[in-house]
Design a protein around this ligand. Structure first.
Ligand SMILES: Nc1ncnc2c1ncn2[C@@H]1O[C@H](COP(=O)(O)OP(=O)(O)O)[C@@H](O)[C@H]1O
Ligand SMILES: C=C(OP(=O)(O)O)C(=O)O
Length: 552
């Protein structure tokens, strides 16, 4: 058996666990959650058939259900509070949580039991409690992870024992507090529990649960990965790491890289969002069996809809014959989503550790692809992963959008120290994994930016996997390599559009971006969560560009 029963080891765990046994809490299952969801006032029952509902014990005629959230249709990172960082405010938050639980337990609530992780190497029992009026979100959570039922319980019964508490999630969308207009999320990662208060978006439940799973994985000497991982033919797996909207799903789930893969280069997807690399046993395992993907590219009557279990924040229309159909493409609002099965493509539940890691960045100072030579620079460029936030996916001040932000390893869900991730990625690179950067946004200084289209990124991915890119030193960024044969592989205008110029404006811009990374990492060092060995290779590169600039 995987996770184990333990007596609560913190006040947070004690408050959250005790809430689960109040008279008002009823243990539920998929069928009951579906029955409640189809009666939930704001839920829309479409006539689109749900994908294989019998697997979940649901009626064969079950339909895709839609829930729409209101003003906020993305994740609110600013609502998060980690108990280990609360300091003197701990008592304040404890009081708020106890009061929240008191009112929560006055309502009729459901307790849903599930499993996090799909491979016997890493599976945990997980419990979610929420008001019965939020059945659809609970159903979505069980589709995204797995409900406590066969066949998942059979695999779980034979899974590796981990000396870890079961995961516990308390989610109450109705909660409100004048001091927390954006909601409040309390995370006790050492005790594997989380309280998500005042937030309706399903992604909070998904990423909140993943937060705990990643933290547990790191304690087991695994590498926590907010990324997609796939295999192409017999090549070692390739993993792409990126913030929401940077292309993890588009790149991972593409079956043929827009026609650039040949028939014998068969794609097998492991997952497009979350996995763990087990360094002790040399394999990578997904944490969720299903996909929580954007529907901005899903057209009306798109054949892909047959793989949907449910959807969120999408439009619906009634056609004259009475059918109630999904209208996606973000016509209603941004960040429309569905939960769908990996059966839509060839997939598997584990693979070896990745042979190639790609940091997806939206940093216009970088060309579409670079290779990183030095192991600590590989870590440094991941720890200072520089990108932009996608519109709609995150509930941030509009001024934040379009601004470059640094999100180490593209994982805003990290609750353990950053240095732990640096050490884990360093172990991976020391074991032979190669490292690349792909810019999936645009290249060049502000007024001269050239778009990097998805078709190009997919073609680059194909050639990276095939190992056909020849590399040359990038003199202005010591330690990075750029393609030598870009013209032959990616088209005659590749060099013209994307060759880093020696022009002073561009070089000054590149230098500024390097300095942003150095400043970010140095601040982390000040906070005792970074080591000079990681910062030094970028400082060395900046010294060289300083010299080049001084000579121009
Ligand atoms: N160069 C590119 N590479 C990948 N995606 C791109 C690129 N340019 C634009 N896009 C678009 O950006 C979005 C990426 O979204 P998605 O793949 O869901 O990201 P993630 O899984 O990281 O959240 C898609 O709408 C895709 O079409
Ligand atoms: C759901 C999210 O991410 P992604 O787009 O990577 O699935 C999120 O960050 O809330």
């Amino acid at each position: 058996m995987a996770s184990v029963h333990k007596v609560p080891g913190s006040q947070w765990r004690a408050i959250i666990e005790s809430a689960m046994y109040a008279n008002s809490v009823k243990k539920t299952n998929m069928r009951e959650l579906y029955e409640y969801s189809i009666k939930q006032p704001e839920v829309i029952v479409t006539t689109e058939p749900m994908y294989k509902p019998e697997v979940y014990g649901l009626p064969s005629e079950a339909k895709v259900l839609v829930s729409n959230d209101g003003s906020i249709v993305g994740r609110t990172a600013k609502a998060r509070r980690l108990v280990r960082q609360m300091g003197a405010e701990k008592d304040k938050y404890m009081t708020i949580l106890r009061e929240a639980v008191y009112h929560f337990n006055k309502k009729e609530t459901f307790l849903m039991e599930g499993i996090v992780g799909v491979h016997p190497d890493f599976m945990l029992r997980a419990l979610l409690i929420s008001p019965r009026t939020d059945a659809k979100n609970m159903l979505d959570w069980a589709f995204n992870f797995a409900p406590w039922m066969a066949p998942w319980t059979d695999t779980y019964a034979n899974s590796r024992k981990l000396d870890e508490h079961d995961i516990m999630v308390l989610a109450d969308s109705d909660w409100s507090h004048p001091d927390f207009p954006d909601g409040l999320i309390i995370v006790d990662e050492m005790q594997n529990c989380i309280a998500i208060l005042g937030l309706r978006y399903f992604g909070e439940r998904k990423k909140g649960t993943l937060t705990l799973a990643w933290a547990i994985g790191v304690r087991q000497n695994m590498v926590a990965c907010h990324g997609g991982i796939k295999k192409v033919g017999n090549n070692l797996p390739v993993a792409v790491f990126g913030l929401s909207g940077s292309g993890k799903s588009s790149i991972t789930n593409s079956p043929d890289h827009e026609g650039t893969l040949s028939a014998d280069e068969h794609v097998t997807v492991i997952h497009d969002d979350a996995f763990l690399i087990d360094l002790n046993n040399n394999f990578s395992v997904p944490i969720e069996p299903s996909l929580f993907d954007k529907t901005d590219a899903v057209t009306y009557e798109d054949p892909i809809i047959k793989y949907f279990y449910t959807a969120q924040n999408v439009a619906v229309t009634m056609v004259p014959d009475g059918q109630v159909k999904l209208v996606c493409q973000d016509i209603r609002n941004r960040n429309g989503r569905c939960i769908k099965t990996r059966d839509m493509f060839n997939h598997t539940d584990y693979c070896e550790k990745p042979g190639k890691v790609v940091w997806l960045q939206k940093d216009p100072s970088l060309p579409p692809v670079c290779k990183i030579k030095n192991p600590w620079l590989k870590v440094a460029m991941g720890a200072s992963l520089s990108t932009m936030r996608a519109k709609g996916v995150e509930n941030v001040d509009p001024k934040e959008l379009g601004r470059l932000v640094i999100e180490p390893f593209a994982n805003p869900f990290r609750v353990h120290p950053l240095m732990w991730d640096c050490q884990q990625f360093n172990k991976l690179f020391q074991s032979g994994t190669e490292c690349y950067i792909m810019n999936t946004h645009a290249f060049g200084t502000a007024d001269e930016q050239i778009d990097i289209p998805k078709t190009l990124s997919l073609k680059i991915m194909t050639e990276l996997i095939r190992g056909t890119i020849e590399w040359r030193e990038w003199k202005a960024f010591q330690g990075l390599l750029i393609p030598k044969n870009g013209k032959e592989l990616f088209g005659v205008d590749f060099e013209k559009k994307y060759k880093p110029s020696r022009d002073k404006r561009y070089l000054s811009y590149l230098r500024e971006r390097m300095q942003d990374r150095i400043t970010f990492l140095s601040n982390k060092r000040e906070a005792k969560d970074m080591d000079s060995v990681i910062i030094d290779p970028i400082v060395a590169a900046r010294t060289i560009i300083d010299k080049i600039l001084s000579e121009i």
